[in-house]
Design a protein around this ligand. Sequence first.
Ligand SMILES: *[C@@H]1O[C@H](CO)[C@@H](O)[C@H](O)[C@H]1NC(C)=O
Ligand SMILES: *[C@@H]1O[C@H](CO)[C@@H](O)[C@H](O)[C@H]1NC(C)=O
Ligand SMILES: *[C@@H]1O[C@H](CO)[C@@H](O)[C@H](O)[C@H]1NC(C)=O
Length: 351
Amino acid sequence: MFAAELVLGFHWICCQAVRWNLTRYSPLPHLLSQRFTHEEELPAVDVFVCTADPVIEPPTLVVNTVLSVMSYNYPTRKLAVYLSDDGCSELTFYALHQASQFAKHWIPFCKRRNIEPRSPDAYFDKPTARPSGQEWESMKCFYVKKLYEEMKSRIETMAEKGSVPPETRSQHKGFLQWGRHNNVTKRNHQSIVEIVIDGREEDAVDEDGDRLPTLVYVAREKRPQFHHNFKAGAMNALIRASSEMSNGAVILNLDCDMFSNDPDAIRDALCFFLDEQSGHRIAFVQHPQQYFNVTKNDLYGNSPLQTDKVELAGMGGYGAALYIGTGCFHRREALCGNKYSSKVDGQGSIN
Ligand SMILES: *[C@@H]1O[C@H](CO)[C@@H](O)[C@H](O)[C@H]1NC(C)=O
Ligand SMILES: *[C@@H]1O[C@H](CO)[C@@H](O)[C@H](O)[C@H]1NC(C)=O
Ligand SMILES: *[C@@H]1O[C@H](CO)[C@@H](O)[C@H](O)[C@H]1NC(C)=O
């Protein structure tokens, strides 16, 4: 093993040395706020969260990711979150519906206190994230924590049962899609698109009266005779579905087990897209992936530090980046071309 480490280490250093051109870029979000003083001028952003199986990726985990992106520091009218469920499970839909209720308390709670991270599970679990003393003691914090725990236990009870009882089905018309006559199974079902929160509606507001972001559940049609192409197929379906609804000029794609730990991530990415000199040449902005709750000293090397800190940074000089499949902001025009967005007045384009 030691000899192998030495040989591969030597090989890696030799290869890396000739192509390593270290250039670091940093966003300057205060300049963005100076340039766009009106929120209306900022581009619309669509967030795609992909999940594939309600057992391997429990609905609680999925809704934590969804809540972390719904509470971004970004004008909520300009934000739409799409959850793609390739498992086509009513449990995931139930969890999303529950999360849409909890978001009415969670989003104002996050924004008023400016807390981090904005995934409720990570926030309430992490000892350092808890505000000390009086604030933590305050009723509000306990109240939101209690609401979260109640929601979590409802979702987990439902997941244990394996199906949603008839009395719960009446809460949202979307449950009709899983009705007996539709024969929904994981590999064979019709397409299901349900708008859980419609951000354009007057009554889509949180407890403070502020508008909520749009939240949509999507399960693309699947038939056994057609190959579904896994996550790539889901992303294609999301691009088409979202272009009919919010048609945001910027798209963030995120795996369901990766919450967003920075509430300003959108503004940071926009600093690159909207750069006056070179912004038009940037197709995507990849955020690094960080790992949460690894062992002390990262004993098993779970977080790919060498990739993030050495290899990716070393590509900067060539104006290149590596797409790692999650945590990436895309320019919609770079994926779809301009002709699809020409009909939409101004919204589909960010320049
Ligand atoms: C559901 O399955 C039943 C029995 O297999 C069949 O008669 C019915 O047409 C199916 N419905 C749909 C919408 O495919
Ligand atoms: C962190 O890891 C430990 C041990 O693997 C586990 O017991 C614990 O539940 C994890 N905590 C979170 C918040 O994931
Ligand atoms: C290295 O990066 C700089 C920009 O930071 C660039 O001007 C230069 O051409 C790059 N070198 C090579 C060999 O590409």
